[in-house]
Unconditional design. Structure first.
Ligand code: HEC
Length: 180
């Protein structure tokens, strides 16, 4: 009944900037939460090398699950582990703006980047991903040999080590392309 009557804007695939931002944030948080839960479970059950294996499979799968109806959700960074997560030019400049913001003392919550191009129907959003203690096991400066080996086998081009707690590790990146 009433719930079937979608607002006109939603039918046309159009979003206001505020609506886009709220939905993008929701998707980014969902990706982050689901990933972290799965990662913690995998590490608990099978140790860190198992975490690497699980992360390799589930990170792209969870992102794909959230990428429907014109939405594209993922993670990126200036230094990536998976080359498929490499930043494009807007993402790169957004990540650099985040690094600069942190240097200037801004809180992570204030580092969100939004780009809306109404004419092209393109909406983009990025939110920072900070490095904490758990992350150091696989992204820190000193990895356990078994973890190092597990990463090397699956990601021969890995660039994503050497991080310290509190560093910007990367960002959630969300794109919405309006259908015409
Ligand atoms: C058990 C090892 C492990 C732990 C712990 C871990 N990661 Fe990762 N991380 C990976 C792997 C493996 C990938 C590559 C996933 C893929 O193929 O998409 C990755 C990829 C990423 C990416 C995507 C960009 C890239 O480099 O490809 C980000 C961002 C990231 N991790 C952040 C974190 C953060 C933040 C934490 C701590 C909360 C964390 N990771 C903990 C193994 C780990």
């Amino acid at each position: 009944m009433g719930c079937l009557l979608l607002p006109l804007a939603a039918q046309a695939g159009q979003l206001s900037e505020a609506e886009f931002k709220a939905q993008a944030k929701q998707k980014a948080m969902q990706l982050g939460k689901t990933l972290k839960q799965n990662l913690q479970k995998a590490v608990k059950e099978g140790g860190l090398p198992n975490g690497v294996e699980v992360c390799k499979d589930i990170a792209p799968a969870i992102a794909a699950e959230l990428s429907t109806d014109g939405w594209l959700v993922g993670r990126t960074a200036l230094k990536v582990r998976n080359p498929q997560n490499r930043a494009d030019s807007w993402e790169k400049s957004s990540l650099m703006a985040m690094v600069k913001g942190l240097e200037e003392g801004l809180e992570p919550g204030a580092l969100v980047q939004v780009h809306v191009d109404d004419t092209a129907g393109e909406y983009r959003f990025m939110a920072p991903i900070m490095t904490d203690g758990l992350c150091l096991n696989c992204h820190g400066a000193a990895l356990a040999p078994a973890v190092k080996e597990a990463i090397k086998q699956r990601y021969p081009e890995d660039q994503a080590t050497g991080f310290a707690a509190g560093d910007l590790r990367g960002a959630f990146t969300v794109r919405y392309q309006q259908d015409d």
